[in-house]
Design a protein around this ligand. Structure first.
Ligand code: SF4
Length: 476
């Protein structure tokens, strides 16, 4: 786990399966989406009459015990794992959100970022709305509830989609229905699967379908409002957008390699990015070493294309988790290497090509280069399977502030000097997009270009713009 990385986006899951323990299925689904968010987890279950909810801060396995799951009875469930991109990491912001509104109860789990969420919230507040959380997701449920005056939920969702801008994949839960919704640009993934027993699943990634034994049916289409009811899935509407803008970073780093999103297997895409990287830059070297785990697939591709030997020259401690106590400077100065450790016997005297997926601040790359040199590497070329990140993301990935992005302020020579490598190469944007063939135009690449596919109205507000310290303090 790297601090110097883009951060995940949240994972959502929905299941309609009469006769099965849906809370357990949601638990397994969320477990497989844990890489998308580790701050909080929640499951809401409906039994045809009401919705029961449990959510807490922590990992899925920490939040749910067997007895807790057994209390959540019903035939439909939605679930959420959170990494905060708007609103603090705090119990009040855990999802799913569940409210009494209009005709009955409504639950919502959201992956993404509403890029005009602050403006919409201000408008709603002026109109007398009250909010319990500091998330943009609550803006959506508030809007949907208000627009649902005639109790036509798909229509209300559609009207909400016409007002909300940016990235949102959603699962909504009523007492007897699930709705799966993807924003018109398709920023965040969402797919539909079928259980052998006749039930239906929706999930952020196809790896969650595999986890519960469901078969992949298809991706939810950008702009689609899909209802899952007793007679199966039914599309109510597909809201149009001028283009698609699927997040390319899902493939570079966020999603699991065993997931297939919008027709592309993530692991294979990473491998092809590595091959392309080798076509663009292949110095004289002895071995290719991945930065585990995110650089492994690209490094394999690089080795295949370049003919260099793939070697695991860096070992990762996979048990350094969320609660890890960061070492103080004094301890760091003693040279502790808790997360990554080089394999001296592999790298000593070698010219090494290191492959990683991306660089955010450059601090981790700097440490990696130093530890490989200390272990005796003769020459280090650092290769990245993405272009330089020069702009922040406003669509649900935490890229840090622009001020912290090293490539926003330094050119490649300067970054190379900063990290202490002998050479540095980023995959070109053309090279990255070539991997997707004739679908290249369907992707958002705004963090590499600054060309945002959806205008970002509330750019200045930041991740914590909706947070009120006194509210969070009181709730803590
Ligand atoms: S700006 Fe970057 S991280 Fe954000 S959606 Fe676009 S490609 Fe993904």
């Amino acid at each position: 786990m790297h601090a110097d990385k883009l951060h995940e986006a949240c994972g959502i899951f929905g299941v309609y399966a009469p006769g099965l323990e849906v809370a357990n299925l949601a638990y397994y689904g969320l477990y497989s989406l844990q890489h998308r968010g580790q701050e909080s987890a929640g499951i809401a279950v409906a039994d045809g009459r009401q919705i029961a909810l449990h959510k807490e801060m922590g990992l899925v396995a920490e939040v749910f015990t067997e007895s807790r799951l057994s209390e959540l009875k019903g035939r439909l469930a939605i679930g959420h794992v959170r990494y905060s991109t708007t609103g603090a990491s705090h119990p009040i912001n855990a999802q799913p959100l569940v409210f009494y509104c209009g005709k009955g109860m409504l639950g919502l789990a959201h992956n993404g970022n509403i890029s005009n969420g602050f403006s919409l919230r201000r408008e709603l507040l002026k109109d007398g709305a009250v909010f319990q959380t500091t998330t943009d997701s609550e803006v959506l449920i508030n809007l949907i509830s208000r627009l649902n005056g005639d109790y036509n939920l798909p229509h209300a969702i559609k009207q909400c989609m016409e007002r909300a801008e940016g990235a949102y994949s959603l699962v909504l839960l009523t007492e007897d229905r699930i709705y799966a919704v993807r924003d018109p640009y398709g920023f965040r993934p969402l797919c539909l699967g079928r259980l052998g027993t006749g039930g239906w699943i929706v999930a952020s990634e196809s790896c969650a379908l595999d986890a519960v034994g469901a078969t992949f049916v298809r991706d939810v289409r950008p702009g689609e409002i899909l209802e899952i009811a007793p007679d199966g899935p039914r599309t109510h509407a597909v809201v149009a957008a001028p283009r698609r803008a699927q997040c390319v970073f899902e493939y570079i780093y966020i999603a699991r390699p065993d997931s297939t999103i919008d027709g592309f297997n993530v692991g294979q895409v990473r491998r092809e990015m590595g091959r392309q990287l080798a076509r663009e830059f292949c110095p004289q070297a002895d071995i290719v070493v991945p930065v585990p785990d995110s650089g492994i697939a690209a490094a394999r591709g690089y080795a295949e294309e370049s003919g260099l030997i793939f070697e695991e020259g860096l070992m990762k401690n996979r048990y350094v988790g969320r609660t890890f106590i960061q070492p103080t400077q004094q301890i760091r100065d003693t040279g502790v290497r808790l997360k990554l450790n080089p394999v001296r016997e592999v790298v000593v005297g070698k010219k090494v090509v290191v492959v990683d997926d991306s660089v955010v601040r450059g601090t981790t790359s700097c440490r990696i280069v130093k530890m490989l040199r200390d272990a005796g590497a003769k020459e280090i070329n650092f290769c990245l399977s993405s272009p330089p990140i020069i702009r922040s993301c406003y669509y649900g990935i935490d890229t840090s502030n622009e001020a912290e992005l090293i490539a926003a302020h330094k050119n490649i020579k300067e970054i190379c000097r900063f990290i202490g490598a002998d050479g540095l190469h980023y995959l070109t944007l053309d090279g990255l997009l070539r991997v997707f063939g004739d679908k290249a135009r369907d992707f958002c690449v705004a963090c590499f270009t600054g060309e945002y596919p959806v205008n970002v109205k509330d750019r200045g507000e930041g991740k914590f713009g909706l947070d009120c310290p006194s509210v969070l303090g009181a709730a803590g």
